[in-house]
Design a protein around this ligand. Structure first.
Ligand code: HEC
Ligand code: HEC
Ligand code: HEC
Ligand code: HEC
Ligand code: HEC
Ligand code: HEC
Ligand code: HEC
Ligand code: HEC
Length: 412
């Protein structure tokens, strides 16, 4: 071969390489960042198509512990027990995923979750017991008597289907009944593809549902010393620490999950968020739970990883006094309504008279908020979102009740 031929070949070859590089540079990112052959094999070929269709979803999955441990797309997406399958480009996938698709590998966690009020009780609080099997009701009633065997909440029919589905059902779906016989959705806290404990430990994750006038836990937390320190020191915390080995060196500031779920100092990690609660704070009149002593000891054990006993005892004593005092105020208002009902001034139909809204706001917004604030460090919520409007509504209820009685007398 002559020198000229070699020279032309080299020049042409270089030009082609440069051209290829230029063309490649201007191709869209999703095309350049094709998953490697090994990744495609590991994900069961699903990523081959879906990295182009929904790059973000595949990327979330790539970040997960699941991807690192070789759990592939089909491991979650194949039909679990009692699920309908559908053909999908040569695979069979389930039309809808539920806790049943996680349970297959995380059964003990599913069982813990079933014991919590996040399971059947959450859905029954809105739609009543009708959507559950008798066995599911029995489990819920064993751990939380009265939580599952009850009628639908009257607000659902007052507000109507679309509003209660877009509101109540979105949050309370954490315990929804699924067609495959399982309950709930694990991805309410873990997200579907990241499936991470890091996300689940964030206050904002719980705050998706635990916020607002009737359960202002997120706002209370943000006001507390814990919330302030979390905002300041978040980058120093090891939010991804493995749950079984979690210590206060990883999480020296608590989030919702630390107090209600994490394992610390010998107390095991749990998906039963009811395990450490000693009161029914969400009730109009708060009473002790059946397992009061044990549950309170469990929570105090968690505090004791970071605090001295006198501090913890003082907070509980103060909060328990707030419960007693709030109960007395709610009881006084309730007595007024009971008397109106007894004397025939209020009918049996709920939410039919303005005074019932005053009373509902009194216990459901202000009473609950004061009690939650007292246990979780939110002084403003005990006071200006709690005690003060509680007193104000009491005065309004008294005045309205007097007016109702006067009008009633006049009509006689
Ligand atoms: C040959 C390409 C291809 C392959 C391989 C593929 N998919 Fe898809 N998939 C699609 C297309 C196209 C859609 C239509 C929706 C879209 O993404 O725009 C889709 C939709 C889906 C949906 C939504 C279904 C729905 O009804 O809402 C899921 C879930 C899904 N795919 C999962 C998977 C899983 C899991 C695998 C591997 C077992 C897989 N796909 C393999 C192309 C593919
Ligand atoms: C940890 C279990 C898990 C793994 C692993 C997993 N998925 Fe999913 N995926 C889910 C869940 C749960 C949903 C929500 C399904 C539903 O709404 O019924 C979902 C939904 C989807 C959807 C529809 C999303 C949308 O927003 O429209 C697509 C597409 C999808 N997955 C593709 C994939 C692909 C591709 C992989 C692998 C790269 C994968 N999934 C791995 C659990 C998983
Ligand atoms: C095929 C089995 C399998 C399925 C199905 C599965 N997982 Fe996993 N999951 C695993 C394995 C294995 C690990 C890693 C455990 C370890 O390293 O100790 C894991 C770890 C996790 C972790 C801990 C992640 C972390 O950041 O440390 C979470 C959370 C999780 N899975 C949630 C889910 C959820 C939610 C679903 C259903 C949408 C699901 N898993 C479905 C097998 C599975
Ligand atoms: C998708 C919405 C949703 C998310 C996300 C959520 N919860 Fe809940 N949670 C609820 C509902 C609804 C209830 C009320 C259930 C009932 O008593 O009917 C509840 C109740 C609770 C209770 C009281 C249980 C009892 O026995 O009274 C605790 C504690 C709790 N959640 C903690 C958490 C923590 C911690 C997180 C975050 C890691 C979290 N929740 C995330 C909806 C949610
Ligand atoms: C923003 C999310 C969200 C919405 C919307 C929501 N809830 Fe709740 N609900 C919660 C949380 C979180 C709790 C737990 C509060 C606690 O334990 O302190 C709760 C508690 C309850 C309880 C007391 C617990 C029980 O089991 O008796 C009832 C009843 C209830 N909700 C019914 C409803 C109804 C009915 C609607 C719609 C009219 C509704 N909720 C809308 C999140 C929500
Ligand atoms: C209320 C929010 C919430 C729900 C619902 C939830 N998880 Fe979790 N999960 C968490 C939190 C928070 C952690 C980390 C606890 C900690 O701080 O160590 C966790 C940890 C885990 C882990 C790691 C546990 C370990 O010991 O390594 C797995 C696996 C897991 N969850 C699976 C599930 C499955 C399966 C479901 C559904 C049955 C589910 N989760 C429902 C909040 C939730
Ligand atoms: C420092 C620990 C701590 C932190 C952080 C914390 N809580 Fe609590 N929480 C408590 C204590 C203590 C109680 C009252 C326990 C009892 O009843 O004995 C409580 C009560 C609750 C209840 C009330 C259940 C009922 O009976 O109405 C819910 C729901 C709840 N917390 C959710 C959350 C959420 C969501 C966050 C984060 C935004 C959070 N908590 C942050 C310690 C904590
Ligand atoms: C993971 C560690 C951790 C846990 C668990 C924890 N705390 Fe804290 N808490 C802190 C830190 C750190 C501070 C700030 C301490 C300081 O400035 O000295 C704090 C501050 C407080 C303060 C404010 C003290 C003051 O006057 O400034 C109170 C009250 C408090 N915690 C109560 C509790 C209670 C009650 C529990 C259990 C229900 C609890 N904490 C659980 C870490 C924790």
């Amino acid at each position: 071969m002559s020198f000229r031929a070699v020279f032309i070949a080299v020049v042409l070859g270089t030009a082609l390489l440069i051209a290829a590089f230029m063309v490649h540079r201007y191709r869209p990112r999703v095309v350049i960042e094709q998953p490697s052959a090994a990744f495609v094999r590991a994900s069961g070929k699903c990523a081959e198509c879906h990295a182009n269709l929904e790059a973000s979803i595949v990327h979330e999955y790539e970040l997960s512990v699941h991807a690192r441990k070789g759990i592939n797309c089909l491991d979650c997406h194949h039909p679990a027990a009692n699920q309908q399958g559908q053909e999908h480009h040569g695979f069979t996938i389930a039309a809808h995923l539920t806790a049943g698709n996680c349970r297959s590998c995380h059964e003990p966690i599913y069982q813990q979750y079933l014991r919590s009020r996040h399971a059947a009780a959450a859905w029954a609080g809105v739609y009543g017991s009708g959507d559950f099997t008798p066995e599911q009701i029995a489990i819920g009633e064993t751990y939380h008597p009265g939580s599952c065997r009850r009628p639908a909440n009257p607000l659902t029919s007052l507000e109507g289907g679309p509003l209660s589905q877009g509101g109540c059902a979105r949050c309370h779906s954490i315990g929804r009944p699924n067609n495959d016989g399982t309950i709930g959705t694990c991805t309410a806290c873990h997200t579907r593809h990241t499936a991470s404990v890091e996300v689940a430990r964030l206050p904002s994750t719980c705050g998706q549902c635990h916020m607002g006038a009737d359960h202002a836990q997120l706002e209370i937390y943000n006001e507390s010393k814990h919330g302030v320190l979390f905002a300041a020191q978040r980058s120093l915390l090891n939010l991804a620490a493995p749950p079984q080995q979690l210590t206060t060196h990883d999480m020296f500031v608590p989030t919702c999950a630390t107090c209600h779920m994490s394992g610390l100092g010998g107390r095991g990690v749990t998906h039963d968020t009811s395990e450490r609660l000693s009161y029914h704070l969400f009730a109009p009149i708060t009473e002790k739970r059946a397992n009061y002593t044990l549950a309170q000891a469990h929570m105090k054990d968690i505090c004791r990883n970071c605090h001295t006993q006198p501090l913890v005892d003082r907070i509980y004593q103060e909060a328990e006094q707030v419960v007693v005092s709030t109960n007395a105020k709610v009881q006084a208002a309730q007595t007024i309504l009971d008397a109106l009902r007894k004397d025939g001034l209020l009918g049996p139909k709920p939410f039919a008279h303005p005074i019932e809204f005053l009373y509902f706001d009194l216990w459901h917004y202000y009473g609950i908020t004061a009690k939650h604030g007292a246990f979780m460090g939110g002084a403003d919520f005990v006071q200006w979102h709690g005690a003060y409007p509680l007193v104000k509504n009491t005065v309004e209820i008294e005045a309205m009740a007097r007016r109702m009685r006067r009008e009633h007398e006049r009509k006689k």
